[in-house]
Design a protein around this ligand. Sequence first.
Ligand code: HEC
Ligand code: HEC
Ligand code: HEC
Ligand code: HEC
Ligand code: HEC
Length: 203
Amino acid sequence: MRKGDYARGHHGDGERACSTPAEAEGETCRRDAGAVRWGVIAVLALAIAALVVTGLLWAATQRALAQPIAFNHRLHVKEVGSGCLDCHPHAADGVRATIPNVETCAACHGEPQGHSHEEARLVEYVKKKEPILWREVYWLPEHVYFSHRRHTRLGGLTCATCHGEVTEQVRPITQPFRRPTMEGCIGCHRETGARNDCVACHR
Ligand code: HEC
Ligand code: HEC
Ligand code: HEC
Ligand code: HEC
Ligand code: HEC
């Protein structure tokens, strides 16, 4: 008998514990109900622990990407009428598009434009000239070279090709529309006939 296979724990009610698989199938012995119960409890505990850990990890990523002010792209683009380049001018003429800082907002938010709580917070930043610490959602590792100007002004691509419908975005951007990957870059370069040798992107 392999000890512990069919009889785990204690059994003091006079019945013999199972000693072979064949016996375990029949009625001449019994599985240790206590062991089974503990097994079920252990599995449940593990499942609950896994859920808790997943939840905590999820919460951590959400927190990490929370933006300091609830910026609304749709409102500024569709209702105020600003263009992407009014706030991200280097998306056309630079390597990095960059996220606008408080000086850009100051042009209109030196005094409240409306009555929202988020705008009141922004006006405080503007009055104190305090930088807004926006978190960057799109980024590439150091070993990759990517230039916005090359793709927008020279390549003629629209922002939406890579960033989706930012025009419809009413909440701050907290995750990429499509995460930039090497396959993604190479795929479009193949279609458009752009360079695909390693040193084009890894300089
Ligand atoms: C009034 C200024 C303003 C305008 C106009 C504007 N943006 Fe933004 N943009 C911001 C601010 C502020 C953030 C950072 C907060 C956020 O993510 O929503 C941002 C973030 C982004 C990001 C995410 C950057 C990152 O990696 O975190 C993208 C992409 C972007 N904008 C694209 C666009 C496009 C495309 C348009 C035109 C359809 C546009 N923006 C118009 C101010 C603006
Ligand atoms: C060209 C003018 C202009 C610029 C530049 C501008 N805004 Fe606004 N913004 C407005 C107007 C107009 C409103 C609408 C106010 C209202 O009616 O509540 C507004 C509203 C807001 C609100 C309140 C939105 C809401 O949902 O209640 C926030 C927050 C805000 N802007 C953030 C920013 C930030 C951050 C910047 C700089 C990156 C910025 N704005 C740049 C004109 C501008
Ligand atoms: C060919 C794809 C592509 C196009 C087209 C494109 N972007 Fe980007 N964008 C990216 C990538 C990739 C990054 C991350 C770059 C990095 O980390 O160096 C990025 C980053 C950004 C950022 C974060 C700040 C930064 O520069 O890293 C903003 C804001 C942004 N883009 C706005 C825009 C706007 C506005 C347009 C249109 C005028 C645009 N992008 C067009 C791929 C693109
Ligand atoms: C949707 C299509 C598209 C995507 C996605 C794209 N590219 Fe490009 N890329 C182009 C085009 C088109 C050109 C040529 C632009 C021109 O006419 O100069 C180009 C040119 C380049 C160049 C200049 C190559 C040279 O001739 O020296 C680099 C570097 C580059 N891309 C890097 C990247 C990287 C890195 C990514 C991914 C993060 C990427 N691209 C994603 C379309 C794309
Ligand atoms: C059109 C642009 C482009 C070209 C061409 C390209 N790469 Fe990349 N490569 C990237 C980008 C973007 C990343 C970062 C991807 C990410 O972080 O998910 C990357 C990442 C890598 C990495 C790191 C992988 C990792 O897991 O971190 C290696 C290694 C690499 N590339 C090798 C190559 C080699 C070898 C070639 C030539 C056969 C090549 N690449 C051609 C854009 C390119």
